[in-house]
Design a protein around this ligand. Structure first.
Ligand code: FES
Length: 144
């Protein structure tokens, strides 16, 4: 697949998550809740996680933000549900490295998150992409 086609595919994946967000809403019986702002624009995310026996069994998010931030939140909740905390944190580290243009562990299945790798070329948007992940990290650290 050429770079242009790949770029287009990635754009479609991002727009699909933005227009049809997975796991949008609030959990009635979440284990913890995190509110976080993107300091550069004031957009915010409200994240609910349910953790049982060290595993993320459910996740929902709400908030306002650009297509990248909301798509990233949708992708993040999608991939961490069913994962143990350790794997969720590892995914977060891999994503952070990807956003900083650093080498990252390519053995881990990133699912739709891969579609965000182009964001690394736009430093002003990196905080948009990492907002949901920072919220998840904060929740996991404080909730455990
Ligand atoms: Fe606010 Fe992207 S512009 S989160």
């Amino acid at each position: 697949m050429s770079f242009n086609n790949l770029d287009q595919l990635y754009r479609q994946v991002i727009m699909d998550h933005y227009k049809n967000p997975r796991n949008k809403g609030t959990l009635e019986d979440g284990s913890f809740t995190v509110d976080m702002n993107n300091p550069t624009c004031g957009d915010r995310i409200h994240l609910n996680l349910k953790v049982e026996d060290g595993k993320v069994t459910d996740a929902k998010f709400d908030g306002e933000g650009c297509s990248i931030s909301m798509a990233s939140a949708s992708m993040m909740t999608q991939i961490i549900i069913g994962k143990d905390i350790e794997t969720a944190m590892r995914l977060s580290e891999v994503f952070s490295n990807m956003m900083q243009g650093k080498e990252y562990d390519e053995d881990i299945d990133l699912g739709d998150i891969e579609a965000l790798q182009g964001v690394a070329k736009f430093p002003a948007r990196i905080k948009c992409a990492t907002l949901a992940w920072k919220a998840m990290e904060k929740g996991v650290k404080e909730g455990n």
